[in-house]
Design a protein. Structure first.
Length: 218
């Protein structure tokens, strides 16, 4: 092969290699740009608005179950003509981002940073930072779907960093549960005293929006 032919071949190889590197760079940077997009929560019913001075920083699409147990009615049970009713003892769900990557798990657990009260809990799937939240308000929006909720973390819940300092969730102030589907306690299976102790695991889906103080206020 003469010099000119060798030079042309080498040049073509370099151009192909550069194009491949550029394409790979674009493929890597695209998800980063997607993750960096501003999160815009949907409109919500009156009473579920997050107070001004907070901004959404994370949204998770939940798939899981609302887990109920049949118990005798007590003072906290509303509308209980049969003397027994299903009571929620924990949700059991996984939250995913828009790309299908796991973000958090969701369940009930003792609030270890305050009074050990059993509260709604979210644990980051990577850094294990954790938040606990209490209910501010719930509204039934769709028949056959669990309520949409506003939950408070900063005042009555709590947050804890992961064992290695992970802190993605620790600045959470409020959480909204929106776009709910399913999850309502069954109409049957808890109607007589003999049903006490029966459990029901009801599939549901929802979107959870996590808020923190706006950066201008930090």
């Amino acid at each position: 092969m003469n010099y000119n032919a060798l030079h042309q071949t080498t040049r073509r190889i370099l151009l192909i290699a550069c194009a491949a590197v550029l394409a790979a760079g674009l493929m890597i940077s695209l998800p980063q740009r997607v993750h960096a997009q501003t999160i815009t929560p949907p409109s919500v019913p009156p009473g579920l608005e997050v107070p001004e001075g907070n901004e959404a920083f994370l949204v998770g699409h939940a798939t899981g179950t609302q887990n109920y147990v049949c118990l005798p009615c007590d003072a906290t049970t509303a509308n209980c003509p049969l003397g027994v009713a299903f009571k929620l003892f924990t949700p059991q769900a996984t939250l995913f981002d828009d790309q299908g990557d796991q973000l958090t798990t969701h369940f009930f657990s003792p609030n270890v940073v305050k009074d050990n009260a059993i509260l709604a809990t979210w644990e980051d799937s990577r850094d294990t930072s954790t938040v606990w939240a209490t209910l501010v308000k719930g509204i039934t929006v769709r028949q056959g779907a669990i309520d949409q909720l506003l939950l408070n973390v900063q005042d009555t819940g709590g947050a804890q960093a992961g064992p290695t300092g992970g802190d993605r969730l620790t600045k959470t102030t409020f959480i909204q549960r929106l776009r709910t589907f399913g999850g309502v306690a069954p109409a049957f299976g808890c109607t007589i005293a003999a049903d006490v102790g029966h459990q029901a695991f009801v599939p549901y889906r929802a979107d959870y929006f996590f808020y923190r103080k706006t950066k201008d206020d930090n």
